[in-house]
Design a protein around this ligand. Structure first.
Ligand SMILES: CC(C)(COP(=O)(O)OP(=O)(O)OC[C@H]1O[C@@H](n2cnc3c(N)ncnc32)[C@H](O)[C@@H]1OP(=O)(O)O)[C@@H](O)C(=O)NCCC(=O)NCCS
Length: 336
């Protein structure tokens, strides 16, 4: 039988460059709270959010991704035409097809890179990093651009008390490529579809135009039963994070940085306590200024830590992200 040709040596993979895009408009709690009968104090105390950024009309899922990606590609020291796969994690690209990834690849000058979108909600970036690592290790790609991007303001009901103050917009991107030493640990990931309705798009996109105007009234905004999600994230996700540390072959003392999905400051605190993080581990708290940007939150938080001098290139970072599905993923990476 003729043997198929496959790479016989696996290549180590790691993060080579990081870039982010934070939308121009800063939105303080005071702009949000009147419509939801809330207060700046309630939002700060219950979620840790002080402000967030909402994208304007000129800041789209594609444009924010392109901006973040240009910086990631430059930081990686490669050119756009060396990217041979683009993976976009998002739930707010409003076209079911074509994928945002193909448009982004074209704008960057990465065509004919393979391109596809991942629908794994807030966990999407960590899913993408895992896919990219596996592609590089098995020889399917040499440089993979992984983008987490959301324009959740398009999908948020400003009068919904459980989501209006949480969700926000932004983009983050990393280039994943070959490295001398392993830079991305095996992922620990999973799902719990029995709880699919805790965070959900309320109605599907219209299938066809119906002459009855009543049928078009379905709202496509996101709805969330916040408290069960809060309890699930606070208790279950620390266990997943512990497994990721074990699978990376390290201990919590080896970590330099903890970058959880920026869902709620109290969830971050609960996980940090459960993991018994030593004092030297820097904890990402980007949610205070950025809100919950779903798939974009981990790379945005990563960039903030580095920009503020709380983390540096080469640091070992535990990433964990979780959200609608319910889905989750965690891995340890070396910061680019
Ligand atoms: C949304 C969230 C901040 C609410 O905090 P919480 O502590 O769970 O609050 P609860 O829903 O239990 O409500 C507590 C009280 O605050 C009130 N409340 C709810 N939303 C409010 C708001 N926006 N402003 C003021 N009061 C509010 C409730 O009516 C309730 O009042 P009661 O005690 O008189 O009945 C929190 O559940 C959360 O962060 N959930 C997870 C978010 C998340 O991670 N989402 C994405 C996953 S990726």
């Amino acid at each position: 039988m003729t043997a198929l040709s496959v790479p016989n040596a696996s290549t180590n993979a790691g993060l080579l460059g990081l870039g982010v895009y934070r939308p121009e408009r800063l939105v303080p709690n005071s702009e949000i709270v009147d419509l939801i009968d809330s207060s700046d104090e309630w939002v700060r105390t219950r979620s840790g959010i002080e402000s967030r950024r909402f994208a304007g009309d000129h800041e789209t899922v594609v444009s924010m991704s392109v901006d973040a990606s240009r910086d990631a590609i430059a930081a990686a020291g490669i050119s756009a035409d060396q990217v041979d796969c683009v993976v976009v994690a998002t739930v707010s690209h409003l076209l079911q097809t074509p994928a945002a990834a193909a448009m982004i690849a074209e704008e960057l000058g990465s065509t004919p890179a393979a391109a596809f979108d991942v629908s794994a909600a807030c966990a999407g970036f960590c899913y993408g990093v895992s896919l990219a690592s596996d592609m590089i290790r098995t020889g399917s790609a040499r440089h993979v651009l992984v983008i987490g991007v959301e324009k959740l303001s398009d999908l948020t009901d400003p009068t919904d008390r459980s989501t209006a103050f949480i969700f926000a917009d932004g983009a983050g991107a990393v280039v994943v490529g070959p490295t001398d030493e392993p830079g991305i640990s095996p992922v620990v990931w999973g799902s719990d579809g029995a709880r699919f309705d805790l965070i959900r798009q309320e109605a599907p996109w219209p299938v066809k135009v119906d002459p009855d105007p009543e049928s078009l009234k379905g709202s496509h905004v996101l709805r969330m039963d916040g408290n069960p999600v809060f309890r699930w994230a606070s208790f279950e996700m620390a266990k997943v994070a512990k497994q990721a540390i074990e699978r990376a072959g390290i201990t919590v003392d080896d970590l330099d940085v903890f970058i959880p999905h920026q869902a709620n400051m109290r969830i971050t605190d609960a996980m940090a306590r459960a993991l018994k993080l030593p004092k030297h581990v820097a904890v990402a708290r980007d949610i205070a200024q950025q809100g919950n940007t779903s798939a974009a939150s981990v790379p945005l938080a990563m960039e903030r830590l580095v920009a503020d001098g709380d983390a540096k290139s080469g640091d070992l970072a535990l990433l964990i992200a979780f959200g609608a599905g319910l889905v989750y993923a965690a891995q340890v990476v070396r910061l680019p």
